[in-house]
Write a protein that binds this ligand. Structure first.
Ligand code: NAD
Length: 350
């Protein structure tokens, strides 16, 4: 029996669906990891991958992460993820491609529920919604759950960073705490603004250098080239760009006490969770700290509550992190392994 189909990240996914639409030029992957707790929810990313294998691997990893994230967030939803292959870096997805993606989502009959991720917006979801109702992250009325998940994710990451600062640095306030932020888009930018208000000492880096410079001027932060941000001497490194940035080499070069940020799949491999732990660096498992967005769009899709309910659930993110850190202290296991174990139990794979 084939167990990994040539993809080491294949983890008994319930389905991996490949779509092409010749008229619009869409190439997309939708990976459904688990529907044990409910429909497989997870955003769709538009990105220029080195090749199709890299795109499928990303969908496999991200969808498993969504199963774990949704379970840890207490949502009655499974885990899935969409990726749309961009023809080159900086390309924009077309309305026709968004419609074709919407039809692809519809063809899965509600087993997968999409929302925006990197390279997508609320407007993108409006176009997707012309073809399917299995979509969230749509513009909503003030006070309702839903809408752009980025700011809610940023709020959850902010609360998690503060909890990590207390745990890892003994800091009761963020005043004077040095935080290096990689990626200042929707999540990293929102986080930077919140931390700046608390008096944190921020250093920013983004491949769109002008974004980082403009934000730094607005909030009073420093900017460094992207290749320097992870190795800076700092208190907290906060990854908020793309995944797989914690590798053997980058972990060896870290000069911080805490890693806590919103990017999905920060650890390149499981071994990197052990490496981080071995270096005595406190880690906030990515899918626990960045659950704010899925709580927002999950409650929107399920019709389970308003904005106040979303924020009440986001407020619990620090408690969940503390649960993971406590078990890690008790068992001596890395935070990443402890979080996976708790999540696997929740989705019936423990
Ligand atoms: P975004 O596209 O708004 O921002 C990403 C930023 O990272 C961009 O400014 C981009 O230029 C920058 N970037 C890309 N590669 C970089 C690199 N190598 N070095 C420095 N900067 C780099 O996306 P976002 O919504 O802010 O998401 C950021 C991360 O958080 C992603 O990993 C995403 O999967 C994750 N996440 C987002 C949400 C959400 O609600 N938006 C929820 C959970 C997790």
């Amino acid at each position: 029996m084939l167990t990994d189909w040539g993809f080491p990240d294949f983890d008994d996914h319930e389905g991996v669906h490949l779509f092409t639409d010749r008229d619009s030029g869409l190439s997309a992957v939708i990976a459904i990891h688990s529907t044990k707790l409910g429909p497989a929810a997870g955003g769709v990313r538009f990105w220029n991958y080195a090749d199709s294998k890299a795109a499928i691997t990303d969908a496999l990893r991200l969808s498993r992460g969504m199963s774990y994230k949704n379970a840890m967030a207490g949502l009655p939803m499974g885990g899935g993820k969409g990726v749309v292959l961009a023809p080159r870096q900086g390309a924009a997805i077309t309305p026709a491609q968004l419609e074709a993606f919407g039809r692809a989502v519809e063809s899965l009959g509600g087993r997968y529920v999409t929302a925006e991720d990197v390279g997508m917006s609320e407007n993108s979801m409006k176009i997707v919604a012309t073809q399917t109702r299995h979509v969230s992250g749509l513009p909503v009325a003030a006070g309702s759950a839903g809408g752009d998940p980025g700011p809610v994710t940023a709020m959850g990451v902010y609360l998690g960073v503060k909890a990590a600062a207390k745990r890892g640095l003994g800091a009761d306030s963020m005043r004077g705490v040095r935080v290096s932020i990689q990626g200042v888009g929707s999540v990293g930018g929102g986080l930077a603004r919140l931390l700046a208000k608390d008096g944190a000492v921020l250093t920013l880096a983004d491949i769109h250098g002008e974004h980082a410079k403009a934000l730094a001027a607005e909030i009073g932060a420093a900017v460094v080239p992207t290749e320097e941000i992870l190795g800076l001497e700092t208190d907290i490194v906060s990854p908020n760009a793309l995944g797989a940035i914690l590798t053997e080499a980058s972990i060896a070069a870290l000069r911080c006490k805490v890693v806590a940020g919103g990017a999905n799949n920060q650890l390149a491999t499981r071994a990197d969770g052990h490496r981080l732990h071995g270096r005595g660096i406190l880690y906030a498992p990515d899918y626990v700290i960045n659950a704010g967005g899925i709580i927002n769009v999950g409650l929107e899709y399920l019709g389970l509550g308003d904005r106040a309910e979303v924020m009440a659930r986001v407020d619990k993110i620090p408690e969940r992190l503390i649960e993971v850190w406590d078990e890690s202290d008790r068992t001596g296991d890395p935070e990443s392994e402890v979080a996976d174990r708790i999540a696997q139990r929740l989705i019936g794979r423990g």
